[in-house]
Design a protein around this ligand. Structure first.
Ligand code: ZN
Length: 308
């Protein structure tokens, strides 16, 4: 079925320049992929449902692409208003179920490097409703989700940006709905990823699906729908950024006369990328340091890093 008849992507406000997508899938059942930031997003999605002759009570299922705050903020409100279920990848569940856990494990991950202050906790949590809904169903690679006889999604696991990241591939129209696996590069924040090698493998898998025509177009979390050539260019740009972050990490430590604290590496990498050296940057740089240590390129002692 023509996707314009079942896919309705609502751009909801994130900041002055940026937006978050929430996609309504309207078939025999009505589903919502991601719920945006608490507040106005809810009203915009509700208004779109009304335009389509539906109400919030028709909503049966929320699917979260991953557990970051800007994608799950209205889960609780939609669940209370509709009684719908919530589905996500198993590794996203702790963050979606409990915003205290989410804030601590993301924004407060390296409290010895960037202190986990109340201000940082609030900065993360202000995007999520105070009473989040719990996840009812977990999704894994190959899970099939039927919206209508000819609108059937296959779940793709896309780990890297977060561990519990999924995409939804509608196989008749070859449209892929994703969260932040295609992570915006133009923000003033360093891109977030958990593990460079895992993220690279996911991006290469996605690139191959685009090249082979298995995926013809993509709706990413913070962009309008893209055709495959544009998505491939974006993937290549992300891969180049990951390579740069790895290079700057090793360069900072290699050039130093003495062992280097993680915060200095974070500032070096963020500085070269012209991004803020905040907790987001530290998630990425901390992951890089751990990975390079595991691979035997770096070692750490008393929080100071040096080359092997
Ligand atoms: Zn994200």
């Amino acid at each position: 079925m023509n996707p314009d008849r079942w896919l309705f992507t609502v751009q909801t406000p994130f900041s002055a320049e940026a937006f978050v997508n929430s996609s309504l899938v309207v078939g025999d059942v009505v589903m919502l992929v991601d719920t945006g930031i608490v507040g106005k997003s809810y009203d915009l999605i509700a208004a779109r449902l009304h335009e389509l002759g539906l109400s919030i009570k028709d909503l049966r299922l929320i699917i979260n692409t991953h557990g970051h705050s800007d994608h799950v903020g209205n889960n609780g409100r939609f669940v209370r208003a509709s009684g719908c279920l919530v589905a996500a990848h198993a590794r996203a569940v702790p963050w979606i179920d409990d915003r205290e856990v989410a804030a601590r494990e993301i924004a407060g991950r390296y409290p010895d490097v960037i202190p986990y202050t109340d201000a940082i906790r609030r900065e993360y949590q202000r995007l999520i409703e105070e009473r989040p809904a719990r996840v009812n169903m977990t999704l894994a690679d190959g899970t099939s989700i039927r919206a209508a006889d000819d609108v059937v999604f296959r779940v793709l696991e896309l780990p890297g940006h977060t561990w519990g990241e999924i995409g939804l591939l509608e196989e008749n129209e070859r449209i892929l709905l994703v969260g932040d696996v295609l992570v915006p590069l133009e923000a003033n924040q360093l891109i977030i990823y958990e593990d460079a090698d895992v993220f690279r493998a996911t991006l290469r898998r996605l690139r191959q699906l685009l090249e082979e025509g298995v995926v013809a177009s993509v709706v990413a979390g913070h962009r309008a729908r893209l055709e495959s050539a544009e998505a491939i260019r974006w993937i290549d740009d992300i891969l180049a950024m990951i390579a740069s972050i790895e290079r700057w990490t090793l360069e900072c430590i290699g050039a130093a006369q003495k062992p280097v604290p993680a915060l200095e590496v974070c500032r070096y990498v963020a500085g070269h990328a012209k991004r803020n050296p905040d907790w987001r940057a530290m998630v990425t740089v901390g992951g890089e340091l751990a990975r390079l240590e595991q691979q035997g390129q770096l070692r750490v002692s008393d929080g100071l890093w040096q080359a092997v």
